[in-house]
Design a protein around this ligand. Structure first.
Ligand code: ADP
Ligand code: MG
Length: 390
C-alpha cells in the first residue's frame, strides 16, 4: 500500500475520503477533533498544488437528504481552520458537481455533500462509484474509522482508480495498531465496555489473543455477569450473547488469562441525573447498573497500573451523565498514569479520555472504534485491502 507522499499528486484531481462524521447542532460543528485529524493530509495536498475533492459521510441518513445531516457546516468550519475558502457542492454526483470538479484550480478544495444521502454509498454500488470517479485522477483514503465497511467511497470507488493510497492519519493508525497486534508488550491488558455488545463479543475471542488480562465494564459486563449466574436486576443485557460470553470466559481460563468483571456497581431505579444511587454487588430487582462501583475501580486500577500495554474500548458506565462517570474517569486516569503503551479506540471512549483531562498521556487515541477493534483482532479491513490491489 502506498501513502500519499509516495503518489504523484502535483496538480492532480484527488478524491480524498475523509471522516468528517462530527457532531453538528443547530448548523454548528460541536467538536473539531475529526476535522483536525485530517489536516496533515489536506495541508500536504494543498502545498503540492493538488485539487482536492473531499468527501465524507455524516450520521445515518439512510439514502435520504436530511438537512440536519448536511456537511455544509463542516465546509465552513474547515475553511475557518484552514484560513482559506472551501467550496461546497450540494450535489454528490451529476453534471453540476462535475463542472465544479473541473473548474477547481491547483491548491483549491471542494467538499461534497454527505455521501450517505445517496443509497449507493452504503450499498457499494458500481454505478454510484462510477459517478464519483468522474474527473478524478488519484484516490486517497484518510478515513480510518470507515475502513472496516465496504462502502462505495471506500471500496467500489478505489477499485476503479489505478493510482491510489492512504493518508497520514491512516498511516499513524496502522503504525500504532500494528505494534499492539504484532509486537505486544506484557503484561497486556484489554479493557472493554460500552454498549455495542453484539458487535464486540464476537471479536473478543481473537482480540484477547495477545492479552494477559481482560477487564470488562460498562453495559457489556452484565451479559458476562449473567452468564456467571450473578443477579443483574434490570441492567442492559444481550440475552442471545450469554452463551457466547460463557464460552469466551471458558476459553480465557483454558489459556491462562485473567478475566476480570466488576465486583460492585453503581445502581439506580431510573436513568436520571437526580436518581438516588445505591452501590450493590448483586443487583436487586428493579435496579439498573449504570457504572462500576468503587471497589471495582480500585481493583481494575491496580491491574491496569502494572501493565506494559493497554488497549481500551468502551466506557465503564453511562459517563455522559456526570454522576455516572466516576468509573470511566478513574479507569482513564489509571491508564494515563500507568506509563504503559496505551491505545484508546471508539468515539465515546475517546471523548471520555478528553473529559477526564488525560488525553495527552495516552499513547494513541484511535479515530476508529469498530475499525480499530477489527484491525486489532487480526482482520483485514476492506478499505485498506483495496488500496493494496494493483
Ligand atoms: P465506543 O464509542 O467507545 O466504542 P460504545 O459506543 O460501545 O463505545 O459505548 C458507549 C456507550 O455505552 C455510552 O453512550 C454509554 O452511556 C453506554 N454505557 C456504558 N455503560 C452503560 C450501562 N451500564 N448501561 C447503559 N449504557 C451504558
Ligand atoms: Mg460509541
Amino acid at each position: 500500500m502506498k501513502y500519499v507522499d509516495e503518489l504523484p499528486v502535483e496538480g492532480k484531481s484527488i478524491f480524498l475520503r475523509v471522516d468528517f462524521n462530527v457532531p453538528v447542532k443547530d448548523g454548528r460543528v460541536q467538536d473539531n477533533t475529526r476535522i483536525k485529524a485530517a489536516l496533515p493530509t489536506i495541508n500536504y495536498l494543498l502545498e503540492k498544488g493538488a485539487r482536492i475533492i473531499a468527501a465524507s459521510h455524516l450520521g445515518r441518513p439512510k439514502g435520504k437528504m436530511l438537512p440536519e445531516l448536511s456537511l455544509k457546516p463542516v465546509s465552513k468550519r474547515l475553511g475557518e481552520i484552514l484560513g482559506r475558502e472551501v467550496k461546497f457542492s450540494p450535489d454528490i454526483i451529476g453534471e453540476r458537481v462535475e463542472n465544479l470538479k473541473n473548474s477547481l484550480k491547483e491548491g483549491e478544495i471542494l467538499l461534497l455533500e454527505n455521501l450517505r444521502f445517496n443509497k449507493g454509498e452504503r450499498e457499494n454500488t458500481p454505478e454510484f462509484a462510477k459517478e464519483l470517479s468522474k474527473g478524478i485522477e488519484i484516490y486517497v483514503n484518510d478515513a480510518f474509522g470507515t475502513c472496516h465497511r465496504a462502502h462505495a467511497s471506500v471500496y467500489a470507488l478505489p477499485e476503479l482508480i489505478e493510482t491510489k493510497g492512504a493518508g497520514f492519519l491512516i498511516k499513524k493508525e496502522i503504525e500504532h495498531l500494528t505494534k499492539a497486534l504484532n509486537s505486544p508488550l506484557h503484561p497486556y491488558s484489554l479493557i472493554t465496555g460500552g454498549v455495542k455488545v453484539s458487535d464486540k463479543i464476537p471479536i473478543l475471542r481473537s482480540l484477547m489473543r495477545n492479552a494477559d488480562r481482560i477487564l470488562i465494564g460498562g453495559a457489556m459486563a452484565y451479559t458476562f455477569l449473567k452468564a456467571k449466574g450473578h443477579k443483574i436486576g434490570s441492567s442492559k443485557l444481550e440475552e442471545e450473547m450469554v452463551n457466547e460470553a460463557e464460552n469466551i470466559m471458558e476459553e480465557a481460563e483454558k489459556r491462562g488469562k485473567e478475566f476480570l468483571l466488576p465486583l460492585d456497581h453503581r445502581c439506580v431505579k431510573k436513568i436520571d441525573e437526580d436518581a438516588k444511587i445505591k452501590i450493590m454487588k448483586e443487583i436487586e430487582k428493579g435496579w439498573i447498573g449504570v457504572d462500576i462501583g468503587p471497589e471495582s475501580e480500585k481493583f481494575f486500577s491496580q491491574r491496569i497500573k502494572d501493565s506494559a500495554m493497554i488497549v481500551w474500548n468502551g466506557p465503564m458506565g453511562i459517563f455522559e451523565i456526570e454522576v455516572f462517570s466516576n468509573g470511566t474517569e478513574s479507569i482513564a486516569s489509571a491508564i494515563a498514569s500507568s506509563g504503559a503503551y496505551s491505545i484508546v479506540g471508539g468515539g465515546d471512549s475517546a471523548s471520555a479520555v478528553k473529559k477526564a483531562g488525560v488525553a495527552d498521556r495516552i499513547t494513541h487515541i484511535s479515530t476508529g472504534g469498530g475499525a480499530s477493534l477489527e484491525f486489532l483482532s487480526g482482520k483485514k479491513l476492506p478499505g485498506l485491502m483495496v488500496l493494496e490491489k494493483r
